[in-house]
Design a protein around this ligand. Structure first.
Ligand code: NAP
Length: 524
């Protein structure tokens, strides 16, 4: 199906005259057809009004109907076939295998949230029966469940054009919760976004969803995104991107007459700890494994290992030799956008000019105008403690090895780090005592702690946390991957002494078909 460049405003395709914009091929920087419409303020108004009108209908649909909608989106995305992957390859520069896998993950996430709806424990249903004859005062009947917040705005991410964009994790979680979604499309992949928006719209029609349950809006500059975040009908925001963009949206949302939550995933350097026993046992394997993780996808993962910490010594020298050799052989790779490539090369240049940092190795020469070359730097723990500013994220395949003189120095370095999505421990059996000492520090630092692996690769499951203290995210109490992500778009309501006829079905006495806590006891 040829791309039209249209917006999707309240499930209708809309074309706007006037200057539009074109996607740019990541590999060459050349513009690609067609021209995409830029939304007007009227389009934002229409989408927000339709989302608000759809909300009470959509939020109160039986969970089974919303589950079928999510499954229909997954089917429609799969039915797009090669066209989707080919357009995403052109726009993002990401390879076919990666995007095919990402399409599978996108469909899988939607189906996982359908399962979550059927399971129903996300409602956290609780019933505390009344005790009318309790002394000195009677106890009222109280029942609780989670309800959706209202229309949600989602900002598509540049580095996951499928799994974290139009029908990605934020959209799936919000739709599952019962919230209509207005996506602000990322300007780096408008064609991919149009194809996916078409799939969502077809799924909505086939499953009888209310108009206004979904819109896709493109904008020029920041005006459309800002208009959506400040619209009084929008009740929450999901965002993945830069720290500057995320914090700007947080400020806008906080300064509204009625502030709303912004769930922004922004910057993380994902420290990796090489403990002494692990280094002795497998320094070379750690060196090559580290570079493979660092350079995967040109390093454009939020969980990229951008910082390595270890104790000085001959085993660390073995690691450095293996990692440097692997880095020298790593091919350069096309980056997502010319802007991201520029930010990466200037970040590497900043590190290269810092007197405390030493370049250990670089990847192969860039092969094109937007191709990024990996880079590995090192510095001492003492220098890091004197100036921790070098821990700022360089988004791409660059990493910094901090060589510490003692455990105490290493722990001091960790305490200077900002909030992280992940922290990784490489350990052998004789590192257990040290790992136990580090664990409480890491729990305060990161949302996911892993052992003897690499942080890239985020499994989508019930027990996943892809979140962490600021600035890795704006709110470390949440996750944007896994079924717990639904909680960002819900809030609790308690019903006191309501007659049964007014209670939601999940809170009435008798069989409800979902897990509940009744008078303090978990029940099925
Ligand atoms: P970005 O510049 O933050 O843009 C993300 C989205 O937010 C885009 O749709 C953008 O609109 C919009 N936006 C940004 N600032 C805004 C503002 N002040 N008001 C309203 N809307 C705003 O991120 P990016 O283009 O994807 O990449 C730039 C940098 O972000 C990278 O170099 C990297 O450092 C970081 N990044 C981090 C992650 C992560 O997972 N942590 C992922 C991707 C990127 P437009 O599209 O119209 O510009």
């Amino acid at each position: 199906m040829p791309l039209t460049g249209e917006l999707f405003v309240a499930s209708k395709r809309v074309r706007r005259d006037g200057p539009g914009f074109r996607a740019v091929a990541a590999a060459t920087g050349a513009e690609i057809e067609p021209s995409f419409s830029i939304a007007t303020t009227d389009d934002v108004e229409t989408a927000a009004a339709a989302a608000e009108a759809a909300f009470p209908i959509y939020a109160n649909l039986p969970r089974e109907e919303r589950a079928k909608f999510l499954e229909a989106i997954a089917e429609e995305i799969e039915a797009l076939g090669d066209e989707l992957v080919e357009r995403a390859m052109q726009e993002s520069g990401l390879p076919q295998a990666r995007l095919t896998g990402e399409r599978g993950r996108t469909a899988g996430q939607l189906r996982l949230f359908a399962k979550e709806l059927r399971l129903g424990d996300y409602l956290r249903a609780r019933i505390d029966h009344a005790i009318p004859d309790r002394a000195p005062a009677p106890k009222p009947d109280l029942r609780l469940r989670m309800v959706p917040l209202g229309p949600v705005t989602v900002f598509g991410a540049s580095n996951f054009p499928l799994a974290f964009s139009v029908a990605g994790g934020d959209t799936a979680a919000a739709l599952a919760a019962g919230c209509p979604v207005i996506v602000k499309g990322h300007s780096a992949h408008p064609g991919t976004s149009e194809l996916v928006a078409g799939a969502i719209t077809r799924a909505a029609e086939k499953t009888g969803m209310p108009q206004g349950v979904f819109s896709l809006i493109n904008g020029a500059g920041n005006s459309v995104g800002s208009a959506l975040v400040t619209d009084p009908r929008i009740k929450a925001v999901g965002f993945t991107g830069s720290r500057g963009g995320g914090t700007a949206l947080m400020k806008l949302a906080q300064n509204r007459p009625v502030p709303i939550p912004v769930y922004a995933e922004m910057s993380s350097i994902n420290p990796v700890f090489l403990l002494p026993g692990a280094l002795t046992a497998k320094a070379e394997a750690l060196g090559t494994g580290f570079i493979a993780s660092l350079t995967m996808g040109a390093g454009q993962f939020c969980t990229n290992p951008g910082l390595v910490l270890a104790l000085e010594g001959p085993d660390l020298d073995r690691f450095v030799t293996a990692a440097s050799d692997a880095m020298c052989g790593a091919p350069s790779q096309v980056m997502l956008t010319p802007g991201i490539h520029k930010a990466y090369t200037s970040g590497v240049a900043r590190w290269a000019s810092a007197p405390a940092l030493k370049l250990l190795a670089e990847g192969q020469e860039p092969s094109g105008p937007t191709s990024g070359r990996g880079a590995l730097f090192t510095m001492t723990g003492a220098d890091f403690i004197a100036d921790p500013s070098h821990a700022e994220e360089v988004f791409g395949a660059a990493s910094l090895l901090v060589r510490c003189a003692s455990i105490e120095e290493l722990i001091e370095v960790v305490k200077l780090l900002e909030g992280q999505l992940t922290a990784t421990l490489h350990l052998a059996e004789d590192d257990t005592a040290l790992a136990q000492q580090l664990l409480p520090v890491l729990e305060r630092l990161a949302g996911r702690i892993l052992a003897n692996g690499w942080p890239t690769g985020v499994e989508v499951t019930d027990a996943q946390v892809h979140g962490g203290p600021f600035p890795s995210t704006s709110d470390g109490r949440s996750t944007s991957v896994g079924t717990l992500a639904i909680e960002r778009f819900l809030r609790p309501v308690a019903y006191q002494d309501l007659p049964a006829a007014l209670l939601p079905a999940e809170l009435r006495d008798g069989e409800a078909g979902i897990p509940r806590r009744v008078d303090g006891k978990p029940t099925l």
